[in-house]
Write a protein of this length. Structure first.
Length: 95
């Protein structure tokens, strides 16, 4: 475990960043479902701005994975892979 090499304050900060990233990914996934089922309309300015913000915030995490994964008929497994990677890194760091 790498937690013995890092100061406690760094581990707390990383844990907070991982939790925020987890909730942003969850919000993005739920919003994509709501858009897909026409509950949310992308022509509404607030919905479009929120979707654009979440997409731009997550693209640095999603981009490299999407370049590796093959297209899968409308199913995007990228958020699940990012969440699994976050869990793995958290366990590795011991937080």
């Amino acid at each position: 475990m790498l937690s013995s090499f890092l100061p406690y304050s760094v581990l707390v900060a990383l844990s907070l960043v991982f939790q925020i990233l987890w909730f942003v990914i969850l919000a993005h996934v739920i919003m994509s479902w709501l858009i897909g089922f026409n509950v949310l309309n992308m022509r509404q300015p607030l919905v479009y701005k929120l979707w654009d913000l979440l997409t731009r915030a997550l693209e640095p995490f999603y981009g490299p994975i999407r370049r590796i994964l093959p297209p899968m008929q409308g199913i995007d497994l990228t958020p699940m892979i990012v969440i699994i990677a976050l869990i793995f890194i958290q366990r590795l760091l011991g937080i």
